[in-house]
Design a protein around this ligand. Structure first.
Ligand SMILES: Nc1ncnc2c1ncn2[C@@H]1O[C@H](COP(=O)(O)OP(=O)(O)OP(=O)(O)O)[C@@H](O)[C@H]1O
Ligand SMILES: [Mg+2]
Length: 387
C-alpha cells in the first residue's frame, strides 16, 4: 500500500484529504506545519507528499528545499490557496512534482497522485536496471579450465596486451572479453563492441573508422567510427574470423601504427585503444585457406585465451544450473524452483552444441514448463537430444 504524508496547517483540509485518500487505499500520515512535516519525512520513506504553501514555522517552499536535500526521489505535490498560484509555479521550478489549487478537485488529485506514483516506480526501476547492466555477469564454474581462465584474466587484464579469445558458440567468449576490460586500467572508460560478422563488407570500414560527410553516396553526415569511440578504452572485435580481407588490411594498419583515417578524410587520427578479438573459427585454418591474414593473426593473438566447450567441463553444470535457476527466478520476480538430482545428472549427460547459452535457455524453458520441482521426466520431455 502506498503511503502519503499530508502537510497542512488547516485541520479540516487534512481531515477531508485524509479520509478520501484512505478510502482510495492509501496509507496516510499528517503533519500540521512544515517543521513537523520535515521530521516525519526524514523518519519514514513516503511514496508521495502533499504540502500546503502558507504554514507556520517552516512554509511549503522551505519544506520543499529541505526535503529535496534529504531525499530527492520522493515527489512533492503542492496544494496552494487562491493567492499563492505564483508561489506554486515557483515551487514546481524548484523541483515540486506539480501543484493543485485549493479546494482540490478530487479527480484531478487522484490522477496526479497516480502519475506521481508511476514516476517514482519508473525512477526506482531505472536505478535497478542501471545497476544490473553495469555489472558484468560473474563467470560461474569451479572446474580446472574455468579456474585457469579466471587466473589468466587476472594476469593479462592490467597489461596492454592484445588478446584473442577462441572457442565454440556460446562458451562465454564475450564474457571473458568484458572481464578483461573490467579488470584493466581502462575500466573507467568504455568497451566498444563490434560484431564483424553482422556488418556487410562494404560498410565495415566506415563502421570501424568512421567517415566524412559526402565521402560516399549514403554518407549524408559525418560519422565517428568504433575505434574513435573506443579511444582510451577497449575495442572488442567479435567474430573477427568473418571480417573481409579488405577490412583486415585496414585493421592491421590501425594496430601497427595506432592511427586511423576516416573514410574520405585527408588526415590521420591517433587512437589509444586496447584490442580484444574473438572468434569461433580456427583462424590458422582460415590463414591456410587464404581467408585470414597471417600478419593480422600474429598482431591480434599476442595472448590467446581458449574457452573450452561446456562438454569438456560438465562438472560445472550443477553449479551453472543452480545459478541460472536463481537468476532467472529473480528476473521474473518469482521464487526459485528446485531441481531433482537425477534431472541435473541428465543435463550433465546431454551434449551441449550451443554450450552455456543453450544451457541457460534450457533452464529457462524448464522453469516455465515444469511444476514446483524440475524432475527427470521434465528433462526427458522438454530437453530434446541433439546428438
Ligand atoms: N561461465 C559462465 N558463467 C555464467 N554465465 C556464462 C558463463 N559463460 C557464458 N555465460 C553466459 O552464456 C551466454 C553466452 O556467452 P557469450 O555471449 O559470452 O558467448 P560467446 O562465446 O561470445 O558466444 P558466440 O560465439 O555465440 O558469440 C551469455 O548470456 C553469458 O552471460
Ligand atoms: Mg559472442
Amino acid at each position: 500500500m502506498a503511503s502519503i504524508l499530508i502537510i497542512d496547517d488547516e485541520r479540516s483540509i487534512r481531515k477531508t484529504l485524509g479520509e478520501i485518500l484512505t478510502y482510495e487505499g492509501y496509507n496516510i500520515d499528517e503533519a500540521a506545519d512544515g517543521e513537523e512535516g520535515l521530521k516525519k519525512f526524514k523518519e519514514k520513506k513516503y511514496d508521495i507528499v502533499l504540502c500546503d504553501i502558507k504554514m507556520p514555522k517552516l512554509d511549503g517552499i522551505e519544506f520543499l528545499e529541505k526535503a529535496k536535500e534529504s531525499n530527492p526521489d520522493v515527489p512533492i505535490l503542492i496544494i496552494s490557496g487562491h493567492g499563492n498560484i505564483e508561489t506554486a509555479v515557483d515551487a514546481v521550478k524548484k523541483g515540486a512534482y506539480d501543484y493543485i489549487a485549493k479546494p482540490p478537485d478530487l479527480n484531478r488529485l487522484l490522477i496526479t497522485l497516480r502519475n506521481a506514483m508511476d514516476k517514482t516506480k519508473l525512477v526506482a526501476e531505472t536505478k535497478v536496471l542501471k545497476r544490473k547492466i553495469s555489472k558484468v555477469q560473474e563467470i560461474i564454474g569451479e572446474s580446472a579450465p574455468i579456474k585457469k581462465i579466471k587466473d589468466t584474466i587476472d594476469k593479462i587484464a592490467p597489461t596492454e596486451a592484445r588478446v584473442l579469445i577462441t572457442g565454440e558458440n556460446g562458451v562465454g567468449k564475450e564474457l571473458v572479453a568484458r572481464w578483461i576490460h573490467e579488470k584493466s586500467n581502462r575500466s573507467s572508460s568504455v568497451i566498444v563492441e563490434v560484431n564483424c560478422a553482422a556488418i556487410p563488407g562494404e560498410l565495415i570500414e566506415s563502421e570501424l573508422f568512421g567517415h566524412e560527410k559526402g565521402s560516399f553516396t549514403s554518407a549524408v553526415k559525418q560519422r565517428i567510427g568504433k575505434f574513435e569511440q573506443a579511444n582510451g578504452g577497449t575495442i572488442f572485435l567479435d567474430e573477427i574470423g568473418d571480417m573481409s580481407l579488405n577490412a583486415q588490411a585496414k585493421v592491421l594498419r590501425a594496430l601497427q601504427e595506432g592511427k586511423i583515417t576516416r573514410v574520405g578524410a585527408d588526415r590521420d587520427i591517433n587512437v589509444d585503444v586496447r584490442v580484444i578479438a574473438a572468434t569461433n573459427k580456427d583462424l590458422l585454418a582460415e590463414v591456410e585457406h587464404k581467408n585470414f591474414r597471417l600478419d593480422l593473426y600474429h598482431r591480434l593473438g599476442v595472448i590467446i585465451v581458449h574457452v573450452p566447450s561446456l562438454n569438456e567441463r560438465a562438472g560445472d553444470i550443477p553449479l551453472l544450473v543452480e545459478k541460472f535457476l536463481e537468476n532467472i527466478a529473480a528476473d521474473y520476480g518469482q521464487p526459485k524452483k528446485n531441481i531433482d538430482k537425477k534431472a541435473v545428472e541428465a543435463l550433465q549427460q546431454h551434449y551441449w552444441s550451443g554450450n552455456i547459452r543453450e544451457l541457460r535457455n534450457v533452464v529457462e524453458r524448464l522453469i516455465i514448463l515444469s511444476g514446483k520441482t524440475i524432475t527427470l521426466e521434465d528433462v526427458a520431455s522438454y530437453v530434446l537430444p541433439n546428438k
